[in-house]
Ligand binder design. Structure first.
Ligand code: 15L
Length: 271
């Protein structure tokens, strides 16, 4: 399929996944406009331009999206932030990117996260429509992003694909990732299919590879034609459960355990 001649705006370009996407999408011929609050640490890929900018800066975000074919919104404060630290990058920043998409009438590929459902117990099988159970203010900020995506679809017809990314690393790092791992290749294909699919409406897709231990099913992947090819299964003999009992109990892992204050669970007994 022919790629657009206009650039695609990628936020969070200097982060771990942003660097992977900018390198791999550029190799596949995509013209990229990259942005991040931090300098781009690698040599700039061919056909790419980079602007250092803050997601909190509304005017700059609107300007960066001008003339773009789509927005890949991966910029965010990741990890266990407080409510206050989420407001600028994750709440206002996401609002700015959807406003920019509305101005340009273009699609958004949004990096949501498994942490929107992190307080479900491990082993519970979830569909995309299970109620949110965020495990952190980071998870709450991603619920907000999915809700903004919904609002801009219902009110303005702005299409989006929210990718509920599990654990995207070169290889699984622990026992939890036997269920949540997403390979870099599967991520790049997922983003590319999200950009190229003819109609995506307001899609939600679990960002995990083809892992036997997965807790997630029934999403919108057939609409975009994405089939993950990799699997964490081969790593299974290498890992066993260890560490914090709260982290081991819930799908969000360590995110669920941070600041957790229900004493009984700390002693290992269940509610
Ligand atoms: C995320 O959203 C984080 O960005 C990443 O660092 C991982 O911890 C991942 O979730 C995960 O849940 O494993």
């Amino acid at each position: 399929m022919a790629l657009p001649t206009e650039p695609v705006l990628l936020t969070g370009a200097s982060g771990k996944l942003g660097r992977c996407l900018s390198k791999c999408l550029a190799e596949r011929g995509w013209r990229l406009r990259l942005t991040d609050i931090a300098a781009y640490p690698d040599p700039l890929p061919p056909l790419a331009e980079f602007t250092e900018a803050n997601l909190d800066d509304h005017a700059t975000m609107l300007r960066l999206a001008e003339g773009c074919a789509a927005i890949i919104h991966f910029g965010a404060l990741v990890e266990y932030g407080t409510f206050e630290t989420m407001i600028g990058p994750n709440l206002r920043g996401t609002f700015h990117m959807f406003e920019a998409a509305l101005r340009e009438r273009i699609r958004v590929v949004y990096a949501s996260s498994n942490h929107v459902i992190g307080f479900y117990e491990r082993g519970t099988t979830l569909d995309r429509d299970h109620p949110y159970r965020p495990d952190s203010f980071y998870g709450v900020s991603k619920v907000f992003g999915e809700m903004v995506a919904r609002l801009y679809w219902d009110k303005h017809g702005i299409e989006s694909v929210s990718l509920r990314i599990g654990s995207c690393y070169p290889e699984p790092q622990d026992e939890r990732m036997l269920a949540t791992w997403l390979s870099y290749d599967d991520l790049v294909n997922l983003v590319e299919r999200s950009l190229l699919a003819e109609s995506v409406e307001c899609s939600i897709i679990w960002g995990a590879s083809n892992n036997k231990a997965s807790w997630w099913r029934n999403d919108d992947r057939t609409r975009i034609g994405w089939h993950p090819k990799d699997s964490a299964d081969a790593w299974s003999p290498r890992f066993s459960k260890s560490g914090d009992c709260v982290a081991n109990r819930f799908q969000g892992g360590a995110f669920s355990a941070v600041d957790y204050s229900i004493a009984a669970d700390r002693r290992g007994t269940h509610r």
